[in-house]
Design a protein around this ligand. Structure first.
Ligand SMILES: Cc1cc2nc3c(=O)[nH]c(=O)nc-3n(C[C@H](O)[C@H](O)[C@H](O)COP(=O)(O)OP(=O)(O)OC[C@H]3O[C@@H](n4cnc5c(N)ncnc54)[C@H](O)[C@@H]3O)c2cc1C
Length: 342
């Protein structure tokens, strides 16, 4: 996702690019719902920088829709089950808080999701959410790059990279610079593996169902239920900081299929079980910018749990820096980790 959005932002700025990608199966993007949720977490906190991220994300995905003649971006209302009176009271405080005015509302009366799942204390309504068909988008974009002869489908071989102060050469490709955007595989990058990444594995199900689910409504109950096509819902999440491998696990399957049976009241089948590893940084912020020693090497990574909303804004920051010498916001600039580099 990160590489795709950045590639397109660079192309739109008139740059010529070559993308190298090995299409690995545990890429986070392949398991993701593509949800943009302005209020998350146990404490109903507004997502970092969300007011700035939202308009740039919508412009970016709408632009890709025009370019690739497909639909990716859907505005959604996110209904969040409130399980206890304490949760309901905390949510009421958000609804009354003017900083949350455009995002927080009460959900019950406007929502029929109660009929489809087990009722809870009440429902919160999170407004200004969106869902991006991110898996389809990256596939379509790969095809677009292939047609333009701008994609090398292979694993990057670091031993073939020649670096100098005004260019890099990789096999037959000569360029002014190289930007690394390998998700959690950043750990294998000899130039940027000093950055403090904390990869977090997540898993998800694709559910097939005949239940008529309104495309513009997402439910966060014991798990998310996100409509991804006419008769499919995405359900998933979960964080594992320690994991043996990147594959879907039996443990997740058993626990989450039981959880689904307990709160879902319509018929469905589990059509697919996916797993991916999120590129989370220790401070939970993206990491973008220039290498501390080699001025032709760059990083664009750390999208963590929120790549769909973060990547377009970060791509703009990055391109403004690269082409127009603007400063990257210190909160996402890789310079903040310079002390780890020796
Ligand atoms: C279960 C789950 C649910 C999620 N849900 C959401 C959600 O609803 N909304 C949201 O915003 N985010 C969500 N996320 C997080 C989101 O998936 C990430 O923020 C985002 O996908 C990160 O994108 P990325 O491009 O940085 O990494 P990746 O998707 O991991 O992509 C890395 C790319 O680099 C390539 N690559 C790596 N190493 C090499 C190499 N050596 N040579 C060549 N190519 C290489 C890979 O093939 C891959 O294409 C979810 C994640 C998971 C796991």
């Amino acid at each position: 996702m990160a590489g795709t959005i950045l590639a397109n932002t660079l192309l739109n700025a008139g740059k010529s690019i070559k993308v190298i990608d090995n299409n690995h199966n545990s890429a986070a993007t392949k398991a993701a719902a593509g949800l943009i949720n302005p209020i998350t977490g146990r404490y109903f906190a507004k997502s970092w920088n969300i007011e700035n991220l939202l308009p740039i994300a919508e412009d970016c995905y709408r632009d890709l829709e025009k370019q690739l003649q497909a639909q990716y971006y859907t505005s959604v209302n996110i209904y969040r089950a409130l399980f206890t009176i304490e949760d309901a009271n905390n949510w009421s405080l958000r609804v009354q808080d003017e900083r949350y005015e455009q995002f927080a509302s009460n959900g019950e009366e406007k929502c029929n999701l109660y009929k489809l799942t087990n009722p809870t204390e009440s429902l919160a309504l999170i407004q200004r959410g969106a869902r991006v068909a991110i898996s389809k988008l990256i596939q379509d974009y790969k095809q677009f790059l292939t047609q333009k002869n701008q994609l090398l489908s292979e694993t990057f071989d670091f031993s073939k990279l020649q670096i100098s102060t005004d260019q890099v050469i990789y096999k037959s490709v000569q360029a002014k610079g190289i930007i690394f955007s390998e998700g959690y595989r950043l750990t294998e990058n000899p130039y940027f593996n000093y950055l403090p990444i904390a990869p977090a594995k997540g898993e998800s199900f694709v559910l097939s169902t005949k239940c008529k689910w309104d495309k513009s409504k997402v439910l966060k109950h014991q798990q998310y239920l996100v409509p991804i096509s006419e008769n499919q819902l995405w359900s998933g999440g979960g964080f594992k900081w320690k994991f043996e491998d990147e594959a879907p696990t039996q443990d997740y399957f058993d626990k989450q299929s039981e959880a689904l049976r307990n709160f879902v009241k319509f018929d469905y089948e589990i059509a697919n079980h996916l797993a991916g590893v999120r590129p989370c940084m220790k401070d939970r912020k993206p990491v973008i910018g220039q290498h501390p020693k080699y001025n032709t090497l760059f990083v664009f990574n750390g999208m963590g749990t929120k790549g769909t909303s973060l990547a377009p804004w970060c791509a703009k920051q990055f391109v403004d820096f690269l082409l127009y010498n603007k400063t990257i916001s210190p909160e996402v600039n890789c310079e903040r980790f310079a002390k780890y580099f020796d």
